[in-house]
Write a protein that binds this ligand. Structure first.
Ligand SMILES: [Zn+2]
Length: 188
C-alpha cells in the first residue's frame, strides 16, 4: 500500500497524530507482519531485544520519511538508527521458477528494511506523500503518472473520503429542502 516495505513498516502505527494505533504490540505481531510482507522471508523469530530494535527502526524510518515529506533536514538520531540497521547481516536471495525466495533472521530483515528505506529516501525523484485522508498518517510512495495519487489506498482511505463527502452532500441537500427526505433513488 505504501509502495515500499520500509514505509509499510512505518505505517504499522496508524493515526499517529490523533489516537495512534500500534499493530505491532508483541514480537508475535512482528513475526506475522514479516510473514505477510511479500518482499521478506516467510518465517522469522522475534526475540524481545530484536523486537525493540525493530520498533526503534520503525520510528526512525517514519521520522525520516516525514522529514522528506515536509522538506526538512533529516533528524540525525533517526539517521544513526537507520544507518546502523543497514550495516547488519543481509538476507539470502535465491532465484527460482517461483520467483525470489528470501531467507534470513530478523536482524537481516531489519537490515533489508533499512536499506529499502535508504533507497527511497535518497532518491530525489521519489515522490513521498502523506495520505490525504484526515487522520490517516500513512506515508506512501506515489508512482502514478504525474504523481496524482491522493490516498494511501482506495479501500482504506479514498472510498471512505468519497463516501463521507457524499453523505455530507446528502445531509446538506436535505437541510436545503427542509423536508428531511433523501433524494428518491439517489445518485448512481
Ligand atoms: Zn490513508
Amino acid at each position: 500500500m505504501s509502495g515500499n516495505p520500509a514505509l509499510d513498516l512505518a505505517a504499522t502505527v496508524g493515526s499517529r497524530r490523533d489516537e495512534p494505533v500500534d499493530l505491532l504490540a508483541t514480537p508475535g505481531d512482528l513475526e506475522r507482519w514479516v510473514a505477510r510482507c511479500g518482499e521478506l522471508p516467510d518465517r522469522v523469530t522475534a526475540d524481545p531485544a530484536t523486537f525493540e530494535s525493530a520498533l526503534a527502526l520503525r520510528e526512525a524510518i517514519y521520522r525520516l520519511a516525514l522529514d522528506r515529506v515536509l522538506g526538512r533536514r533529516f533528524d540525525p538520531g533517526s539517521l544513526a538508527i537507520v544507518n546502523a540497521a543497514a550495516a547488519g547481516p543481509v538476507l539470502t536471495i535465491e532465484l527460482g521458477d517461483g520467483g525470489l525466495r528470501m531467507s534470513g533472521d530478523l536482524r537481516a530483515v531489519l537490515s533489508h528494511l533499512a536499506r529499502s528505506a535508504m533507497a527511497v529516501l535518497a532518491d530525489p525523484h521519489a515522490c513521498l506523500k502523506e495520505c490525504g485522508r484526515a487522520g490517516c498518517t500513512r506515508i506512501y510512495l506515489d508512482r502514478s503518472r504525474g504523481a496524482r495519487r491522493t490516498w494511501c489506498g482506495m479501500d482504506q482511505c479514498g472510498n471512505r473520503v468519497k463516501a463521507a463527502a457524499y453523505r455530507a452532500r446528502r445531509r446538506s441537500g436535505r437541510r436545503d429542502r427542509g423536508d428531511g427526505l433523501a433524494h428518491p433513488g439517489g445518485p448512481a
